[in-house]
Design a protein around this ligand. Structure first.
Ligand code: PMP
Ligand code: G9A
Length: 388
């Protein structure tokens, strides 16, 4: 097992350090009053159920609400047996590893990708292949070449993608690429894992492209999402939508992990959906994140030297910054924290094959506007010191 750089970093970021590290939502986006009221109501009306053990698959009312919620973005689900409630989508990632990966199996991801997905899959001993991306997302032509090459050598279990507001790059996969990805996956008969924490808070120009799950006519997509970014991560609530067969396997895996997800939190989440709290909160979150993204882009433009480039995210919580090639952002981190008081996540661990060292991930949702400006100023000083 390998430590997550995000989790490790969280431990030693102190008061004097401006952190662009962990992917934490803006606390002002949490629906605190609603959660207080709902918790009281749930306990008054049904403490017997909410404080009791529950079914492994999850609370029926929450699943029904989620089926309606996903329906609004065009995802059709074949009844409550096709949904399972998990402890965040992180648990779903671990269960995916348990269910699908035997040692030596091939798993394909975007490169770079969410480092804690790599951490979860690696426990089960796969060979992970990263496919490069451009501003339209995963390069499907390279995926196809790769599938062609490895199909004689071993089984490719799945392609793992974060199509909207990708972690760590902020890139959203275009509609054309989504179609092409589904076609290639169908031709080579591989599953697609669609990890979608950020799709509901798309703040780019125009409409967000359809979910892969909504475009999937073959039951090939296993869809993951979470309450972490549309309500609050402390609830630790996620969900998976897939075929009944796959969900049944998820349930068997989950039985031995934790029996079920917190019943109280599931009842609270069902009410958050039923009372329209989530629906009302989403435009507010989008506005907060769009404003903070713009601030960080502005600060980067003002302070960074010409040899540094970065992405312009249309969803999610991160900007991906590329420093000149001579800079190892992992080495620079110590100096950035101790001398300049600014933290970020070095890019290396987001690569399945750890091939690049000069990128970093910057979170723009947690710091305040003042911290964003001051933190980028400090970061630019660290980078300038290393360029020389
Ligand atoms: N997948 C992705 C792509 C993420 O960015 C995150 C959180 N940063 C997760 C999964 C896990 O989130 P949670 O367990 O809180 O749902
Ligand atoms: O706190 C965590 O580990 C969740 C955040 C994930 C991220 O920063 O990508």
């Amino acid at each position: 097992m390998k430590a997550s750089e995000i989790r490790e970093l969280l431990k030693w970021v102190t008061e004097n350090v401006i952190s662009f590290g962990g992917g934490m939502p803006d606390p002002s986006s949490f629906p605190i009053k609603d959660i207080m009221e709902i918790t009281r109501d749930v306990l008054l009306a049904r403490a017997d159920k909410a404080l009791q053990y529950g079914a492994t698959g999850g609370v029926a009312e929450l699943k029904e609400e989620l089926i309606k919620f996903m329906g609004k973005v065009g995802i059709k689900v074949d009844g409550p047996e096709s949904v399972i409630i998990t402890v965040g989508s992180q648990e779903a990632l671990d269960i995916i590893g348990r269910l699908f990966i035997n040692p030596g199996d091939y798993v394909i991801t975007e490169s770079p990708t969410y480092l804690a997905a790599l951490q979860a899959f690696r426990i089960y001993g796969p060979r992970i292949i990263g496919i490069p991306m451009d501003e339209e997302g995963l390069k499907v032509d390279i995926l196809e070449e790769t599938l062609k090459k490895i199909s004689d050598d071993g089984k490719v279990k799945f392609v793992y993608v974060i199509p909207t507001g990708q972690n760590p790059t902020g890139i959203t996969m275009s509609r054309e690429r989504r179609k092409a990805l589904l076609e290639v996956a169908s031709r080579y008969d591989v599953l697609i894992i669609e990890d979608d924490p950020y799709g509901y808070i798309y703040f780019g120009d125009g409409e967000s492209p359809d979910r892969l799950k909504a475009m999937d006519s073959e039951g090939r997509v296993i869809y993951l999402s979470t309450f972490s970014k549309i309500a609050a991560p402390g609830l630790r609530l996620g969900w998976v939508a897939a075929s009944r067969e796959v969900i049944r396997w998820f349930e068997l895996a989950k039985q031995s992990i934790d029996l079920h997800t917190s019943t109280l939190n599931q009842y609270i989440a069902a009410e958050l959906l039923k009372r329209g709290v989530i629906e009302r909160n989403i435009p507010r979150i989008k506005e907060i994140y769009r404003t903070k993204r713009d601030l960080m882009l502005q600060a980067l433009g003002e302070y960074m030297p010409d040899s540094v480039s970065w992405t312009k995210p249309s969803a999610g919580m991160f900007i991906w910054l590329t420093a000149p090639e001579n800079i190892d952002t992992g080495e620079m981190l110590n100096v950035a924290i101790r001398k300049y008081g600014v933290a970020y996540v070095p890019g290396k661990s987001f690569y399945p094959n750890e091939e690049r060292r000069n990128d970093m991930r910057l979170n723009f949702t947690y710091p305040t506007p003042q911290q964003i400006f001051e933190g980028i100023r400090r970061l630019s000083l660290a980078i300038r010191e290393y360029i020389q």
